[in-house]
Design a protein around this ligand. Structure first.
Ligand SMILES: [Zn+2]
Length: 184
């Protein structure tokens, strides 16, 4: 067995849910756990989230997932973080979040609608406050972009797995360098 233990990828607390929704689609071509209305409803219910009502909601949820993936890719030093945050705007416009009192720890951001997007946005916001957000990443290999939480001391983990993505990417870079060095 060369696969990393699942615990090694796991994000702390509720942030794990964000990691899991990103990984509902296995790139580059599936399977997709949010592929149909039925699947998306089952996935949401299994995590205590309000299920999408119709196909349009599922499409929105899949779009939201890919926006999250862009952000996690940016957390890994790839892509364009400001552009990914811009992509978040319409999702905020379609949900409602407000402050609520939680007697055990004060003020808390609370979704005012029960949809999965509002709940996930509240988790992202909380994670930014806690400082855990930059460590939630998507693998640097474009065709993989599997989401994992970087538990390394110096926050230096760039790949979901060194054995699959890391080594292959390094070998590819080496080949590219060699080609560049080759005389014309
Ligand atoms: Zn990977």
């Amino acid at each position: 067995m060369t696969a990393a233990l699942p615990a090694a990828d796991r994000a702390p607390g509720a942030l794990e849910l964000v990691r899991r929704i990103v990984n509902t689609l296995e790139l580059p071509s599936g399977p997709d756990e949010l592929g149909t209305l039925e699947q998306a409803r089952a996935w949401c219910l299994s995590y205590g989230l309000a299920p999408p009502k119709d196909e349009r909601h599922v499409e929105l949820l899949r779009d939201f997932r890919e926006t999250l993936r862009e952000l996690l890719f940016a957390n890994n030093g790839e892509g364009d973080a400001p552009a990914a945050w811009e992509r978040m705007r319409p999702f905020l416009a379609s949900t409602r979040l407000g402050l609520a009192v939680n007697p055990s720890h004060g003020l808390e951001l609370m979704p005012e609608d029960k949809g999965p997007i509002a709940s996930l946005l509240a988790i992202v916001y909380e994670s930014q406050l806690l400082g855990t957000w930059p460590r939630l990443r998507a693998c640097r290999k474009l065709s993989c972009r599997f989401a994992y939480y970087d538990h390394t001391k110096n926050a230096s983990r760039a790949w979901c797995s060194m054995a699959t993505c890391g080594n292959r990417a390094k070998a590819q870079r080496r080949r590219q360098r060699e080609q560049l060095r080759r005389p014309l």
